[in-house]
Structure formats: C-alpha cells, structure tokens
Ligand binder design. Sequence first.
Ligand code: PLP
Length: 370
Amino acid sequence: MNDALYLDYNASAPMRPEVLDVVTNILAAPHNASSVHSYGREGRRIIEQARSDIAAIINVPPAQLIFNSGATEANNTVLHHFAGEKIAVCAASHLSILDAAEHLVHIPVDENGLTDLTALEEILKTEAPALVSIMLVNNETGAIQPVTNISALAKRHGALVHCDAVQAIGRIPVDINALGVDFISLSAHKIGGPQGVGALALGLCGITPTMLRGGGQEKSARAGTENVAGIAGFGEAAKRADMDQYQSLQKMRDDLETQLSAISPEIIIHAKNAPRVAGTSMFSLPGISSETLLMALDLEGIALSNGSACSSGTVKASHVLLAMGASEDVASSALRLSMGWNTTPSDIEHFIESWSKIYERLKDRIKTHA
Ligand code: PLP
C-alpha cells in the first residue's frame, strides 16, 4: 500500500470512500443500461440519477448532459466539431485542447496567466473564429479566467464559447448561464470520482457535437455502452463536492507560500496576482529542474507534480508558464502542489520540513546557476 503524502489533487483527486463504495457495489452487477431486463433498467435509473446530480451543480437541464470517457474526449469532441472553421483557444489551455485540432489561433495570456482581452478582441475582429475555447481554472497555476467577460466579448462577435471547467467544479461556482457559454467539459476524477468518466454539457446554442457513432446511447450523441459504475461514482462525487471545505484550503496554501518564500527566497510563485482557486500553488526554484525536485520529494515520500501529469511520465517545461512569458529555466523548474478534501495542515507542515531539507542540500546549485 502506497502511503506517500499525496499533494497532487489536480492530477487526480483520491476517491472519496463513499464514492468507492458506490462504484464497487455497482461494478459487481452486469448493468448494461440498454438492456430491457431488470439489470438494464436499474443501470438506466442509476445513470439518470447521476445525470441529475451532476447537471444540478452546473445549472443545466439533465437532458443537456452527455456522459463520455472524460474531459479529453469532451474537449476533442467540441474542437473536432468545428474543424475546418477558425477556432481561438487560450494559449494556457490543457493539451487536450491545444493538440485536439490544427491551425488553432492562440489567445495570449499575461504574466499571471489571465487571458489578454484586448488581444482576444483583435482576434475576434480579424480572424472571426466560429468558436472560442477557454478554461475556467488553469490546472497548473489555479488561475481563474474571467470567462463571463470572455464569453460576452465572443458573443458580440458571433462566436460560440466552449469552457473547460474540469478544475473548477467543486471549487468555485460553475453556472452555464452565468458564464454564458455553449459547451462545458467536465471530468469525474478531479473531484474525487473515478477516472475514465466525464461529461460534455450543452448550452442553448442547439448544437450537439458528436464524435463516437455506432450506437444510440446518450441520445446518439456518444455511442458506446455506458460506464454505469463510473457515472454513478461521478454523481456521488458531485453530490459530495463541498466548496466551503475547498475554500478553507486557502489559509493552508497562503501559509505554505509564505513559508516557502522564507525558506527559499529565490522561489517564484506563479499567478500570485491572479484570482486563484484555494488549493493550488505553482512555484519554481530557477536552476533546479522539476525532475530533480520531484525525485528528491519522492524520496521523502511526497507525491506532487511539475504541472500537468504527462502520459509518458517524463518531465517537460510547462507550456503554461512559457505562455505566461516565463523563461525556459523557470518553466522547467516548476512544481505544482495541489490539495483537496483530505489534505490537513500537518500534511503541509510535513511538506515544508522536507522542502527545507531539500533546499539546504541543493541551494548551492541555485547560486552557482544564478
Ligand atoms: N482539462 C483540464 C483542465 C485538465 O486538468 C484535465 C486533466 O488533466 C483534462 C482536461 C483532461 O481530463 P481527463 O483526464 O478527464 O481526460
């Protein structure tokens, strides 16, 4: 059993025990929700309950929520629908947006990772994109984008708006109408639900982007036998998401950053002047690579990451920090610490003690490098 201290909630939040119970109980039965027998009908009922619970937290009618395998699929589905038309995307977006289509127009961000609204307006005027895709909360820095302003601007120029709200649900309010967006991507495993399940929510534009065909599931919007246990776990996690509890992490995050700066004065804390979600901190120690820091922390029994979790397991310079104007050196020495429902102040104390030891060992390298 791995008992490392887990501070990587933005990669995948640990499943809540109640969610695990729901998922394992449902997995034990052959619930193919397309079957007409009692198991099938029960599967259908479980899916519709979860659909209502999840739709409620983003204020969409349940019929406008399409289950799928996660936000990578949701993001790809939306961008593929607009392939052949111009699409403008935030330069600090997740790679499931940036790599989902070709010839994307990148909307620049400022040094705090916030969308440059003047540049966006220019892009809207000169490029006339059919779609603007923006994330609500950045997965690396935790910066909160002014999505309501962005969508108002986009709408004035006739563009539809897609919002990747994966890192926002359960942390800050997400209301499809208040945000004024046409599509929202969601993922279960960022809120203590299981991996491999997510959803695409549809706004009022009347378009249903579809990528997988070949079955009538999800009203023919997403073919494939539904992941009943995963969807149920997603619903349970959505019901249990507690924004007040999440907000209480802010004090721990602020204390952490104060102590990090006191111990290691060279540290750069990213997006510090942007509105940020409470439980995320991203920082760099220029001159010491993220890989070295991650390995040193791993030896101390602490699990965090350098930004977005990379499928190859390698550590690369953060494209988000590069988009924010950071140097290659700063972008390749970044760490992201992210907390959630099971993080305690003593976890942060433990992290700080280990950081202090590691810093003492490596600080000469910072000086020689500087
Ligand atoms: N978008 C953001 C902002 C994310 O943080 C992630 C997960 O890393 C994704 C999309 C992809 O989500 P999933 O793992 O459900 O495919």
